[in-house]
Design a protein around this ligand. Structure first.
Ligand SMILES: Cc1cc2nc3c(=O)[nH]c(=O)nc-3n(C[C@H](O)[C@H](O)[C@H](O)COP(=O)(O)OP(=O)(O)OC[C@H]3O[C@@H](n4cnc5c(N)ncnc54)[C@H](O)[C@@H]3O)c2cc1C
Length: 450
């Protein structure tokens, strides 16, 4: 683990001012935890986001997110179970739907499925059914068919997993936070961190309109954009994931909305039960990179540049849709499981690319920066951070105070070395194509012919 310092351990005092950059799951939950922690009662808290809430292209805002303790890594399974209990009871329960999760595979990803099953059973979840064939999967998910690129061959269903209305959960927390009247919410784009190269310290941030916000402690929680403000090469990278939406009728919704989410880890494709007249089909995959050359965020040389993968969203291009290959994969998946919905007269009417902040092994990055005093980084959601909304802020604040949960000391620490991205192993949960570059795929066309 790289050497890190905390304000409590190094200076023996709680920061008098904290700037949180980013109002997604990591930033918002941190602000909430700070407000609820008496140690920070005299600390001024500012949360800045580049867009007004809700940030429509942020990872935390969408129709739905899976809430599951179904993890191959036991520490996340345990933490997710704690978060899930809050979703069930006192954390936006009206946005949580416990319709089950069916995790399947048809190849080497079975390893993840087996490890996840073992962890869920170790947690004492008894509403689990092991599925030995695609027919079993078809039965529990109420599928019309089990085509070869659809449901997978083996897996299990955890009837006590569920999903949440992601935007609903975020709105719920934001409202609670606003009601406290403690956080200064600012809309503005951070152009750079305020780095003092002499002292290797950060004293806040400079915005794109050249104004400064000073702070004792800056918490970088800018999700997939974090790599535009700090050199995270070999540590974090943005990968774009495809989502497609189809309008469905009220009667279709009432039938499908009681079914479990189906997640086939071998091709990464999944279908979440519909809500508000929309069915979502998406891919939890290796994603697209978007290599972008930017000014080196940490260099004193104004001409120094680095190339990193950064998000490209509908804010950058209002006409952005998913590339043909993603559209085709989602369609094909639907045709394999619900052929009646995949007929030409039933197109996907919306699509989007949503950005994961991937790390090399799928662990979050929640740590002081090893070089800059006054800088803490809370990111690396790696496509699975949403479910932790009720608890991740408290974990982050504990890490800020030098009390990283034992199970996560190694996992969330600043990596000892930067590892070339092509050598990243991931957490074993991703399926589908590898090595795609967004602009190349978009260049091949944005819509498949139906
Ligand atoms: C398609 C998709 C599906 C997913 N599915 C699941 C799931 O089923 N279950 C689950 O648990 N998790 C899931 N996740 C992961 C989860 O949504 C993310 O881990 C989580 O939302 C990340 O939160 P964040 O705060 O890091 O990022 P974000 O929500 O993206 O927040 C970062 C914020 O920083 C702001 N920002 C960026 N740059 C600047 C700047 N320069 N100045 C000011 N503000 C800035 C952005 O505007 C943004 O609001 C999924 C993610 C995606 C993309």
């Amino acid at each position: 683990m790289a050497s890190t310092s905390s304000p409590s351990s190094s200076s023996g005092r709680v920061p008098s001012s904290i700037l949180i950059i980013g109002g997604g799951v990591f930033g918002l939950s941190t602000a909430w935890a700070l407000c609820n922690n008496p140690d920070f009662k005299d600390t001024s808290i500012t949360l800045i986001d580049r867009l007004p809430f809700p940030t429509t292209d942020g990872s935390s805002i969408d129709a739905s997110r899976i809430i599951r303790p179904d993890y191959a890594a036991a520490p996340y399974a345990k933490l997710a179970a704690i978060a899930q209990e809050k979703w069930r009871t006192d954390f936006a329960p009206e946005h949580y739907h416990q319709t089950g999760l069916c995790v399947t595979a048809a190849g080497p990803e079975q390893k993840y499925v087996s490890a996840s099953l073992a962890n869920v059973q170790a947690l004492g979840v008894d509403k689990v059914e092991v599925l030995q064939s695609s027919e079993d999967i078809k039965r529990v998910c109420g599928l019309e068919a089990t085509g070869p690129t659809g449901a997978g061959n083996v897996g299990y269903v955890n009837w006590s997993s569920g999903w949440a209305n992601a935007e609903g959960g975020m709105r719920w927390l934001r409202k609670k936070l606003e009601a406290l009247n403690r956080v200064n919410f600012v809309v503005g784009k951070v152009a750079s961190l305020a780095i003092d190269h002499q002292t290797s310290s950060i004293s806040g941030a400079t915005l794109s309109d050249s104004t400064h916000i000073t702070a004792d402690l800056t918490i970088l929680a800018a999700g997939a954009w974090s790599a535009s403000l700090l050199d995270l090469r070999g540590i974090c990278k943005a990968t774009g994931q495809a989502l497609c939406y189809m309008p469905i009728s009220a009667s279709e919704e009432s039938t499908l909305s009681t079914r479990p989410t189906l997640l086939n880890l071998s091709n990464g494709l999944f279908m979440i039960p519909p809500a508000n007249g929309l069915l979502k089909v998406a891919r939890h995959g290796h994603g697209y990179t978007n290599p972008t050359t930017i000014r080196h965020p940490e260099s004193e040389d104004p001409n120094a540049t680095i190339t990193v993968s950064l998000p490209y969203t509908h804010i950058d291009d209002p006409n952005l849709t998913v590339p043909v290959e993603a559209h085709r994969s989602c369609r094909d998946f639907l045709a394999n499981i619900h052929p009646s919905l995949a007929i030409p007269s039933r197109p996907f009417t919306q699509s989007k690319i949503c950005w994961y902040t991937d790390t090399r092994d799928g662990d979050f990055l929640i740590s002081y920066h090893p070089k800059y005093k006054g800088l803490f980084v809370a990111t690396g959601g790696s496509g699975h951070g949403y479910k932790f909304l009720p608890v991740i802020g408290e974990c982050i604040v504990n890490c800020v105070m030098g009390r990283t949960p034992e199970d996560f000391k190694e996992r969330w620490a600043w990596p000892q070395q930067r590892v070339p991205e092509e050598q990243w192993s991931g957490d074993g949960s991703r399926g589908g194509p590898v090595g795609m570059v967004l602009k190349e795929e978009l260049g091949k066309g944005r819509r498949a012919n139906l």
